[in-house]
Design a protein around this ligand. Structure first.
Ligand code: C2O
Ligand code: CU
Ligand code: CU
Length: 520
């Protein structure tokens, strides 16, 4: 049960998943055929071409022996509208900074010894660029992505999505940032186009063995919980910043851990953006909850802290667990075993503030959202499609009672392009799940509060006012969202972004239909 620490092999076996994965090579053709009737035109003239290579290498993470990692290496091959910036001495992939509207060609080279595929998290891209597990390519192969960056300015990212291997490949280091910017964002946030005031903060947890090698022992219930916190691929991260304002661009890139972010001196976190870009106004919070896959942009002015030190922390909270459901033993309130439990307190990042500021960036007026979904414009506002999250037979994670099937799409997993629809996540399981949908940005219409103990330790930290692609759903909660798919149609996915849940079973296909096309 929840307390077991299993090897990867046991983990898959107990989860009822055999080694029949990765046999989908011959499906690829069929998939390509299907997608050619989609919206994508084959006459594509890119503004820029980028190569991203997944490699298997060694890096200095801890003192002493180097650590074997997987890493994305990026390069601008030609063109404009994109910059490719690598993070020094980090296994993390490059930061791609892309101007909205840029037509991109990305060549993904797989130099791993196993299948992989890149998924651009948060982007609306043609079906064949979404990185469905069916699109995974083998060692030595190259996959070409061609799409126009139509998404709003925002902190997107990319990571692997191969069948049952996502969690371990991310654990080994595969993830990169993709910051999209546009003129509207540059007006609100000075330096948005160049990242001049950006401080990327990618938070991940890891465990290492005595030889400094990544130790991956996921927990059946919680997924992987490590005992070290890494920021941008490094332990004990300390940044030296000027006494002035910055935009902290925080991504929870962990497999399974949730953070309750707060400053050590009780200053508020001023949230200016989330998954899908800027909010329409600053949301000031004493703490912010961030589940795997979620992002927040925090505007932080260190001007009053010249010469001082401040620490970004994760505060203690009750993550759920069997204890939360009552009567199953008191162990579960903090959740997780082996590593540091989910909900434990620890420091994330230390900032040493200097004495002199060379610039004084000032936050501009945040732009209004292009749409605001509410009871008036969402036709099924009061009758959303239910998606029930539960754990069956102890460790079988399900959505509406279903588990992942490579090609299956149920009736309630079909949606029409250009239609505003409402869904509702209903969490009947003992732990929180970050629910993610590909190919769309949604808004949160309402949360029906959980009556369970522990909810009060997190509820003030939820930021629900902007465009999202991943939303936390706490035990006992119902979260209602609204969205409109398009322009791209075809097969996409939705899943829990606890990567071990996703790899086990907690993922499903989603079909975006073109209602004008007969037979679809
Ligand atoms: Cu970041 Cu399908 O996920
Ligand atoms: Cu995604
Ligand atoms: Cu989950």
């Amino acid at each position: 049960m929840g307390s077991q620490v299993l090897s990867r092999r046991d983990f898959l076996r107990v989860a009822g998943l055999g080694s029949t994965a990765l046999m989908f090579g011959n499906r690829l053709k069929l998939f390509d055929l299907q997608s050619s009737k989609g919206t994508q035109t084959r006459l594509f003239a890119p503004d820029a071409e980028i190569s991203i290579t997944a490699t298997d290498k060694r890096m200095q993470i801890l003192q002493g022996v180097q650590t074997r990692v997987y890493s994305y290496e990026g390069q601008l091959v030609s063109g404009s509208g994109v910059t490719v910036q690598s993070i020094p001495d980090s296994y993390l992939g490059p930061i791609l900074r892309v101007k909205r509207g840029t037509k991109l060609r990305i060549l993904f080279h797989n130099k791993l010894i196993e299948n992989s595929v890149i998924h651009p998290h948060g982007l609306q891209v043609p079906e064949d660029c979404d990185g469905h597990p069916m699109q995974a390519i083998g060692p030595g192969k190259t996959k070409v992505y061609e799409f126009e960056m139509i998404d709003r300015a925002g902190p997107y990212w990319f990571h692997p999505h191969p069948h049952m291997r996502t969690s371990e490949q991310v654990m080994m280091g595969l993830a990169g940032l993709m910051y999209v910017w546009d003129a509207e964002e540059e007006t609100a946030v000075p330096g948005a186009s160049t990242g001049a005031n950006d401080v990327p903060v990618v938070i991940q947890d890891r465990s290492f063995d005595q030889n400094n090698q990544i130790l991956y022992q996921p927990n059946m219930m919680w997924g992987f919980l490590g005992d070290r916190i890494l920021v941008n691929g490094k332990t004990n991260t300390t940044l030296s910043l000027e006494p002035r304002a910055y935009r902290l661009r925080i991504l929870n890139g962990s497999n399974a851990r949730t953070y309750k972010l707060a400053w050590s001196n009780n200053l508020p976190l001023d949230v200016i953006g989330t998954d899908g870009g800027l909010l329409s106004q600053v949301v000031s919070k004493s703490y912010v909850m961030l589940m795997p896959g979620e992002r927040v942009d925090v505007w932080m002015d260190f001007a009053t802290l010249a010469g001082k030190q401040i620490i970004l922390r994760s505060l203690a909270f009750q993550a759920g667990g069997m204890g939360m459901m009552g009567g199953m033993g008191g162990r579960g309130m903090m959740g997780g075993m082996g590593g540091v439990p989910n909900g434990a307190a620890f420091d994330i990042l230390t900032v040493n503030v200097g004495q002199n500021a060379t610039v004084k960036p000032v936050l501009g007026r945040l732009p209004a959202l292009s749409a605001h979904y509410d009871a008036v414009n969402v036709p099924d506002f009061n009758s959303p499609r239910p998606f029930v999250l539960s754990m069956q037979h102890m460790m079988n994670w399900t959505i509406n009672g279903r588990v992942f099937e490579m090609e299956a799409v149920a009736a309630d997993e079909k949606v029409n392009r250009d239609e505003i629809i409402a869904w509702e996540w209903i969490n009947n399981s003992p732990i929180p799940h970050p629910m993610h949908i590909h190919n769309v940005h949604f808004q949160i219409l309402q949360r029906t509060a959980s009556a369970l103990a522990g909810y009060d330790t997190i509820r003030q930290g939820l930021v629900d006012s902007g465009w999202k692609d991943t939303v936390s759903v706490w035990p006992g909660e119902r979260v209602r969202i609204a969205m409109k798919f398009g322009p791209h149609t075809g097969m996409y996915m939705y899943h829990c972004h606890i990567l071990e849940h996703e790899d086990m079973t907690m993922m499903r296909n989603l079909m975006v239909m073109d209602p004008t096309m007969p037979g679809m």
